[in-house]
Design a protein around this ligand. Structure first.
Ligand SMILES: Nc1ncnc2c1ncn2[C@@H]1O[C@H](COP(=O)(O)OP(=O)(O)OP(=O)(O)O)[C@@H](O)[C@H]1O
Ligand SMILES: [Mg+2]
Length: 361
């Protein structure tokens, strides 16, 4: 059976905007769709014609009620106070996006010495793992570090940092970042219900990221680490528009397919003039904890070779290790361990090489 997201998309594609002939998805008329249990709230961005709004709202409601598992449908308009930009953040549920009030060229996070975007072309290669361990390692080295989860489709920072059910405090209109292992952090996962299947469309990605950057009381410091979603899509574009990113750190596994995608990421950052600080080869060889023999499950060394060929600094390798996966799932990144292990040394080396590259900029 199709996923809920696919069923929603199908439903929205069946409803047309009479004037343009486009369906609601193509017309980008849906700015938000949040599911909490059996209840769905849909925000529509429609022309001001009341008749049209009424008719489209009814069609959406009727069609969504036919979807199995949906018991109530609430429709709201993006430009109405409370759903839109007019209301201050304290009057909305935190994390619920507002209508765009985009300044021409506003940049955020100016109180950080370095803003590092952790990126990859391919999903699942270890961006979030590298982000959390790098942040913790930099704290251990004595730096003041923040971590921002810009993956609003699949935020994994709350789980990896052991803050799964933590909600941030509000201070007036501002969100106070959470803090763990000495790292200040914020993620959409700490604002919306975990059970909520969230469908964000392109314009909303921009709004949510901007709101999290603007409304969070970021404390400033030496490093802001930004965990990106995979690929070269909306979030990447938004961040390059909203921030003066100091540099990108690209994570790849050693496989050719992952490296090919990683190089696409390199060329995207080159196009928008964001320097590449370097490549990290993750899941690079597996050392058997019993016999100490190394098996190159996803191959090994290819990222280092590719970085040489493409003139991208190589920052280091992280092996495949059960403890890394467990640390991620248990909310205690391996770098938090007091013992010095090969893996914690690997992250320290990556952090040191990163600082060298920053100093070379
Ligand atoms: N070096 C490693 N050894 C063992 N497991 C790892 C390693 N790196 C990452 N993992 C595990 O692989 C999975 C994917 O990693 P992670 O979530 O960091 O990737 P990602 O690139 O952020 O994924 P996404 O593209 O979905 O955001 C996680 O379960 C993580 O614990
Ligand atoms: Mg991730």
């Amino acid at each position: 059976m199709a996923s809920l997201e696919e069923q929603f998309e199908q439903a929205l594609m069946e409803i047309q905007l009479a004037d343009s002939g486009k369906h609601l998805l193509d017309a980008e008329a849906v700015t938000e769709c949040i599911v909490a249990g059996e209840n769905v709230t849909i925000t529509l961005d429609l022309p001001s014609d009341e008749q049209l709004r009424k008719s489209i709202s009814e069609q959406v409601e009727n069609r969504f009620m036919q979807i199995e598992g949906i018991a109530s449908v609430r429709i709201q308009m993006a430009d109405q106070p409370g759903n839109g930009g007019q209301a201050p953040p304290s009057q909305e549920a935190p994390g619920v996006p507002r209508a765009p009030q985009r300044p021409q060229r506003q940049t955020y996070l100016e109180n950080y010495d370095a803003i590092i975007a952790v990126s990859s072309g391919k999903g699942g290669v270890g961006k979030s793992t590298v982000s959390v361990n790098l942040a913790v390692t930099l704290v251990k080295m004595g730096h003041k570090v923040s971590l921002f989860d810009s993956d609003i489709y699949g935020p994994s920072i709350p789980i990896m940092m052991g803050l799964r059910s933590s909600k941030p405090q509000m201070e007036g209109d501002a969100i106070v970042p959470l803090e763990k292992y000495g790292v200040s952090l914020m993620s959409i996962g700490n604002l919306v219900e975990e059970s909520a299947a969230t469908i964000w469309r392109g314009p909303i990605v921009h709004q949510v990221i901007e709101q999290l950057l603007r409304d969070t009381k970021w404390p400033g410091g030496e490093f802001m680490i930004i965990d990106l979603p995979p690929g070269t899509g909306d979030a990447q574009l938004t961040l390059t528009q909203l921030l003066e990113i100091t540099g990108a750190l690209i994570v790849s596994t050693p496989q050719d397919v992952a490296l090919l995608d990683a190089l696409k990421g390199v060329s995207m950052f080159n196009k928008v003039d964001v320097p590449i600080l370097g490549l990290v080869e993750n899941m690079s060889g597996f050392v058997c904890p019993h016999c100490n023999e190394e098996t190159p499950i996803f191959d090994k060394g290819n990222a280092q070779r590719a970085s040489g060929q493409h003139n991208v600094p190589f920052l280091g390798r992280v092996p495949i290790e059960l403890a890394i996966r467990e640390g991620g799932d248990n909310g205690a990144p391996v770098a938090t361990s007091k013992e010095e292990t090969n893996t914690s040394k690997a992250f320290k080396e990556i952090a040191e090489n990163l600082i060298t590259e920053l100093n070379n900029l």
